[in-house]
Design a protein around this ligand. Structure first.
Ligand code: KG4
Length: 337
């Protein structure tokens, strides 16, 4: 079973080749064009995908040493994501599958992130979680606690009611004038700062849901007051500001995750999505593992942000169940079409 997987839901064009669940290649072209705008510009993203898709797929096949006539199926991200971006990957996958006369496998982008924990590399050192497990999915658009009963049975038991964690970090970084995306910049500064230096509003939301907009607003208002008395406040305190902001967000994320793990009596706990690259969050996972005897699963950096390897891993499960998709299935931006 050789699967070619394509991911194009946001601003990364990615293709991966997987043979019997083992990753042979994973090629990703990121789009620098958005940096000048401080955020992803959808129209520019779809145009860049159009330019990238052919060379990225070509590279993925070459690096894997696989010819198109060896492919068993083509997997693709059908949604959710930016419609224009998705359309490029979906149309390409359909065209290629039709020309090779092989089946297609659709993958939900968020389920792909969760199933990134099942990517096996040729070295084979990785350990996959056993079902059921809990997964904290934290990205620029999502903050969710997911109960994963099986590869195709996932229940979102908690999620943000407003901003996502990554979005809050990116917005705070933007008002500090630090650049985009803010996550990696805040991470780097936070390593040199004092996480106790500043205190920001914490949400009090029932159940397992999250909220980050109050924290973001309190960060903005306090910053405005401090800047009014000291115009160089950000320059003087950016490390402490970053460390305190990161610590607060990590604490909010972990607190609800602990509550869910305790209530459901689940000790296998995974993290996925772009924000799982964050050093503070990774450290917190290790601390909780020691303290609460969790068995934790933290993906390698290359599988935290958008990538086609995770789409290939999800497709490997589906292929075994002959769960193929027909040519008429459209891309979907938000809810299942
Ligand atoms: O999953 P992802 O690549 O895609 C989207 O949801 O778009 O997540 C991107 C998010 C951004 O908000 C980015 O700032 C954040 O992940 N991020 C980080 C780090 N690296 C990326 N946040 C905190 N620390 C990091 N090291």
């Amino acid at each position: 079973m050789v699967i070619l997987a394509i991911e194009s839901s946001c601003d990364d064009t990615s293709a991966a080749v997987m043979r019997d669940g083992v990753l042979l290649s994973n090629v990703t072209a990121s789009q620098a064009v958005h940096e000048a705008y401080g955020g992803v510009v959808p129209e520019l993203a779809s145009r860049a995908h159009q330019q990238n898709i052919v060379p990225v797929v070509d590279q993925a096949l070459k690096r894997a040493g696989v010819a198109t006539n060896e492919l068993s199926a083509i997997a693709f991200t059908r949604g959710p994501g930016l419609m224009g971006s998705l359309l490029v990957g979906v149309s390409f996958a359909k065209g290629m599958a039709a020309s090779l006369n092989i089946p297609m496998i659709e993958v939900n982008h968020l389920q792909g992130h969760v199933l990134a924990h099942f990517v096996k590399t040729p070295e084979g050192n990785e350990r996959a979680p056993e079902f059921p497990f809990l997964c904290l999915l934290v990205s620029g658009g999502n903050s969710q606690i997911i109960l994963v009963r099986a590869y195709n049975d996932m229940e979102i038991i908690g999620q943000t009611i407003d901003d996502a964690a990554g979005e809050a970090i990116d917005k705070c970084s933007k008002v500090m004038g630090l650049g985009y995306p803010g996550g990696p910049i805040i991470d780097r500064l936070a390593r040199k700062g004092n996480p106790e230096a500043f205190h920001f509003a914490r949400p009090s939301i029932k159940g397992y849901d999250y909220s980050f907009s109050g924290l973001k607003t309190s960060f903005l208002y306090q910053l405005r007051d401090w800047m009014a008395t000291d115009g160089d406040f950000i320059e003087h305190h950016k490390e402490d500001l970053a460390a305190s902001l990161e610590a607060t967000i990590v604490d909010i994320l972990m607190h609800k995750l602990l509550k869910a793990a305790r209530d459901l009596k689940i000790r296998q706990v995974a993290v996925a999505g772009g924000v799982s690259a964050n050093t503070g969050l990774r450290n917190a996972f290790r601390e909780y593992a020691d303290k609460y005897h969790w068995d934790i699963f933290v993906p390698p950096f290359s599988f935290t942000t958008d990538n086609a390897a995770m789409i290939a891993a999800a497709a490997t499960f589906k292929y075994a169940d002959h769960d193929f998709c027909s040519m008429d299935k459209p891309a979907f931006a938000r809810v299942e079409a």
